[in-house]
Design a protein around this ligand. Sequence first.
Ligand SMILES: *[C@@H]1O[C@H](CO)[C@@H](O)[C@H](O)[C@H]1NC(C)=O
Ligand SMILES: *[C@@H]1O[C@H](CO)[C@@H](O)[C@H](O)[C@H]1NC(C)=O
Ligand SMILES: *[C@@H]1O[C@H](CO)[C@@H](O)[C@H](O)[C@H]1NC(C)=O
Ligand SMILES: *[C@@H]1O[C@H](CO)[C@@H](O)[C@H](O)[C@H]1NC(C)=O
Ligand SMILES: *[C@@H]1O[C@H](CO)[C@@H](O)[C@H](O)[C@H]1NC(C)=O
Ligand SMILES: *[C@@H]1O[C@H](CO)[C@@H](O)[C@H](O)[C@H]1NC(C)=O
Ligand SMILES: *[C@@H]1O[C@H](CO)[C@@H](O)[C@H](O)[C@H]1NC(C)=O
Length: 433
Amino acid sequence: MANKAQIAAASWGVKTSFHSLVALLLAGAVIGVVYLTRDAEQPALDEDRAALLQNSAEAASPAPAPSASEKECDLFSGRWVFDNVSYPLYKEKECKYMSDQLACEKFGREDLRYQQWRWQPRGCDLPRFNATALLERLRNKRLVYVGDSLNRGQWVSMVCLVESAIPPNLKSMSSEHNYSLLIFKAAEYNATIEYYWAPLLVESNSDDPVNHRVPDRIVRVQAIEKHARHWSNADILVFDSYLWWRRYQMKVLWGSFGSRDGIYKDVMMPRAYEMALSTWSDWLEVHVNRSKTQLFFVSMSPTHERAEEWGGDVGQNCYMETEPITKEGYWGSGSDLAMMRVVKSVVDGLKARGLGVQILNITQLSEYRKEAHPSIHRRQWEPLTEEQKEKPISYADCFHWCLPGVPDVWNELLYAHIFHNRTQRLEDRVEGL
Ligand SMILES: *[C@@H]1O[C@H](CO)[C@@H](O)[C@H](O)[C@H]1NC(C)=O
Ligand SMILES: *[C@@H]1O[C@H](CO)[C@@H](O)[C@H](O)[C@H]1NC(C)=O
Ligand SMILES: *[C@@H]1O[C@H](CO)[C@@H](O)[C@H](O)[C@H]1NC(C)=O
Ligand SMILES: *[C@@H]1O[C@H](CO)[C@@H](O)[C@H](O)[C@H]1NC(C)=O
Ligand SMILES: *[C@@H]1O[C@H](CO)[C@@H](O)[C@H](O)[C@H]1NC(C)=O
Ligand SMILES: *[C@@H]1O[C@H](CO)[C@@H](O)[C@H](O)[C@H]1NC(C)=O
Ligand SMILES: *[C@@H]1O[C@H](CO)[C@@H](O)[C@H](O)[C@H]1NC(C)=O
């Protein structure tokens, strides 16, 4: 259900972290480094049609049955295991591009167990994250994360996961398009890991990466080109969009911003979400080169706003939590399954049209991690009021995730899927026993 305070908190957090990134960019004096971005390249009509025909033929033939090991191993179901030997995968202080929004240790968090949990899927192991192998895979390529601040957190995590494998003079951070696009580059590999700000994926009046706190959010559910042209030639795309939609209804605009004949309507959720994702999927269907691009959609990131849901006291939230939830299948009220079904059906629709999008279903595994949010341990964008200082729960951030932490695991899952290697690994493991 809609909760204005929650959404306000989410966008407020977005702003904060962005500023720390901007500060970081300025500090590094890398703003002058601007790479050329190609505009959307429309494939020639014939190729387009050939691809469509080929793909519809593929879609018509029955999909190969998953092998036994694939069936057994659902990487998204399992449990958290405390493992302070292998985790964290990097040190917060040592990551040059850490965001102040997510640097919980820097902002006073003392219990650091949240950094040391490993995700153990049922029936197999996650492949070990190898930064060099990933950079090799990304040679001459672009990996682009597109979405809201949760997705940006995952991008920061990925940058931290690989940057230690790159010598100082061979990596850089820059931005384009008035900070909408942030680019980490590994020069030696000519590889980039980028993040593009589009919290609702389609156009909205919250598209300014700095000033997006608007009293009345308006979404153009049919328009995506303004954003999409910046990632149309990416090799791997990782999307997310959920929290900004988590409200009762959304104001939708048909027409353009500022145009006098635009039509505004309040559309109930999840219908508005469905409209936007349908625009998104139509764009992908037409523009994505199937033999080149890998597509991912990260499922909703859970929030921990109501302690009573996991057996805590009414009025509490993630503030002061230090241990994960152990109850199997725990699911909070903030994760709306109806909206997840919308994503699933849009992705199924694309599959029927010959385009595969892998859903990274991180919701369940992240549900358990009530203790892994920044809470009060992050940079505050505005000075705290006396009232807030007296009641820390009132400003605890239970939306984003501390780094190192949960988003590292999302990236390990992404890594496993990029290499399509989970079956292989399982067999390796069985042989190695
Ligand atoms: C890991 O945790 C165990 C138990 O809490 C502790 O005894 C050990 O010293 C820790 N090891 C490291 C490397 O932190
Ligand atoms: C990581 O990947 C690189 C390149 O594929 C390989 O040479 C190296 O042995 C791998 N490291 C580990 C620890 O597996
Ligand atoms: C570097 O990577 C980009 C894609 O990000 C590619 O278009 C370009 O051709 C690559 N440059 C070289 C020299 O391979
Ligand atoms: C760039 O961003 C700033 C700050 O949000 C905004 O005021 C400005 O209008 C933007 N410029 C362009 C060209 O979009
Ligand atoms: C699609 O990508 C493949 C592999 O990179 C490339 O050979 C092909 O030319 C691309 N097709 C189009 C229409 O751009
Ligand atoms: C994601 O996982 C949850 C919990 O296991 C499940 O209920 C949901 O249907 C899954 N969603 C998709 C899109 O697969
Ligand atoms: C999977 O891993 C094997 C080595 O374990 C490697 O040779 C192969 O290229 C990988 N597959 C893909 C699709 O990257």
